[in-house]
Design a protein around this ligand. Structure first.
Ligand code: PLP
Length: 382
C-alpha cells in the first residue's frame, strides 16, 4: 500500500547518505565523478549534465507525489515544456491549448516552436464540444490543459479532456502548477503527462526557478530523458536541493494557502468596489462542483475584477503593503499581480488577452487578519 502524501513528500528520494549517515542527503555540486578504471562508474554517476544525485532525489520525490513512474527536472518550467514538446512532437504537429493558457506557454508554442513547424489553436477548454472540434480541425498530437487556469480560474474536467484527446490519438498534458500534486492528481484522472513550474508551489519559497515533467509511459519518458541530457536545460544542484526542501512541506502549505484564499475570496466578494471574484471555492463559481470533485481543496490563487476598471485595479495593486506587487506565485508570501501588464503582457492584443480591470492574488500563508487588513486599506484608497 502506498504511503500518505505527506509521508512520501518527506521521505521519497531522501535516503540518509550511506557514507556519513547524514539524514538530509547532501547537495552534490560536483560536475564530474571519479571512475574506477575506464568506464568504471560508481552508482552510474559520470557527468553533471547527465545525472546528479541531488537532482535524482528531487525527481524521485516528484514522481512519488504525482503518482508517475518517471520524473525529469529542468532549469525552469518553460525549459521543461520545451523539452517535452520537442521530445514527443515533430514539425507539422498541432497543439490545442486553453485560450487563457499561461502567457509564457503560449509564447513558447506560438513564437518559438512555431518556427520549428508546430501549429496551435487556443480554445475554451471548459467547453468539451469546442475542444473536440478544435482537436478534429488539425493534425492534433497534443492537448495542453491548465486547471484551474491562469488568471481566469476556469475549471476543466481532466477526465473528459483526456477522453477527447485520446479519441484523437493525442497526448494530454496537464500543467498542474496552480493546484500542485497535493490538491490534484492529473495522471490518476487520465492525463498522460504532468508539467510543473516548480518555481511556484512545489518550491514554495520564491528562491529557486525550476520545472518538471512527470509521466508513466516508458517510451515517452526515454525520449524526454534524452532531450534533458542532450540539450542540458537541467536543474542546477542548488536549485534541486532547495526545491526538495520546499516540497517536503507542500501539504501543510497548501492547506493554509487554501483556507486563507477562501477567506480572502469571500471577503472580497462583499466589497462594494469589487465587480467579480474568481475563485473555484465559491459556490457560485461555474466550476465549483467540478473542482470539488477533482481537487482536494481550491488552492491559493484568487482573481478579482473592479467596477472602477483599469484605474481601480492599478490603484489597489500599488497600494498593498503585505501583498507585494510582483510576478510569480505560490510562495509563502502573498503576492499581487496585474496580469495584463505583468505575467500576461506577452498575450496582450491576442485572443488570450486578460481583462484590464483584473488583479491576480497569490494568497500566502501569513496571518489572515493581516491580509484582510492590508486589502482593506488598499481598497480604502479608491
Ligand atoms: C510560471 C508558470 C510557468 C512557467 O514556469 P517558469 O518556471 O517560470 O519557466 C508555466 N505554467 C504556469 C501555470 C506558471 O505559472
Amino acid at each position: 500500500m502506498s504511503e500518505g502524501f505527506n509521508t512520501r513528500a518527506i521521505h521519497a528520494g531522501q535516503t540518509p547518505d550511506p557514507t556519513t549517515g547524514a539524514v538530509i542527503p547532501p547537495l552534490y555540486q560536483s560536475t564530474t565523478y571519479a571512475q574506477d578504471g575506464i568506464g568504471g562508474l560508481r552508482n552510474g554517476y559520470e557527468y553533471g549534465r547527465g545525472t546528479n544525485p541531488t537532482r535524482d532525489a528531487l525527481q524521485d520525490q516528484l514522481a512519488a507525489l504525482e503518482g508517475g513512474a518517471h520524473a525529469y527536472s529542468f532549469s525552469s518550467g518553460l525549459a521543461a515544456e520545451d523539452a517535452l514538446i520537442r521530445a514527443l512532437l515533430a514539425p507539422g504537429d498541432h497543439i490545442v491549448l486553453g485560450n487563457d493558457a499561461y502567457g509564457g506557454t503560449y509564447r513558447l508554442i506560438n513564437k518559438v516552436l512555431s518556427a520549428w513547424g508546430i501549429t496551435n489553436a487556443a480554445v475554451d477548454m471548459s467547453d468539451v464540444g469546442a475542444l473536440t472540434r478544435a482537436i478534429a480541425a488539425g493534425n492534433t498530437k497534443m492537448v495542453w490543459l491548465e486547471t484551474p487556469s491562469n488568471p481566469m480560474m476556469k475549471i476543466s474536467d481532466i477526465a473528459a479532456v483526456a477522453q477527447a484527446a485520446h479519441d484523437a490519438g493525442a497526448w494530454l498534458v496537464v500543467d498542474n502548477t496552480f493546484a500542485s500534486p497535493y490538491l490534484q492528481q492529473p495522471l490518476a484522472l487520465g492525463a498522460d503527462i504532468v508539467v510543473h513550474s516548480t518555481t511556484k508551489y512545489i518550491g514554495g519559497h520564491s528562491d529557486a526557478v525550476g520545472g518538471a515533467v512527470i509521466l508513466n509511459d516508458d517510451a515517452a519518458a526515454e525520449k524526454i530523458g534524452f532531450i534533458q541530457f542532450a540539450v542540458g536545460a537541467v536543474s542546477a544542484p542548488m536549485e534541486a536541493w532547495l526545491t526538495t526542501r520546499g516540497l517536503k512541506t507542500l501539504g501543510v502549505r497548501m492547506d493554509r494557502h487554501s483556507s486563507n484564499a477562501m477567506a480572502v475570496a469571500k471577503w472580497l466578494r462583499d466589497q462594494p468596489a469589487v465587480e467579480n471574484v474568481l475563485y473555484p471555492g465559491l459556490e457560485d463559481h461555474p466550476g465549483h462542483d467540478l473542482a470539488k470533485a477533482q481537487m482536494k481543496d481550491f488552492g491559493g490563487m484568487v482573481s478579482v475584477s473592479f467596477k472602477g476598471g483599469e484605474a481601480a485595479a492599478r490603484k489597489v495593486a500599488e497600494s498593498t503593503r503585505v501583498f507585494t506587487l510582483a510576478e510569480s506565485l505560490g510562495g509563502v508570501e502573498s503576492l499581487m499581480n496585474y496580469p495584463s501588464e505583468m505575467t500576461h503582457a506577452s498575450v496582450k492584443g491576442t485572443e488570450l488577452a486578460v481583462p484590464e480591470n483584473l488583479l491576480r492574488l497569490s494568497v500566502g500563508i501569513e496571518d489572515l487578519e493581516d491580509l484582510i487588513a492590508d486589502l482593506q486599506q488598499a481598497l480604502d484608497q479608491l
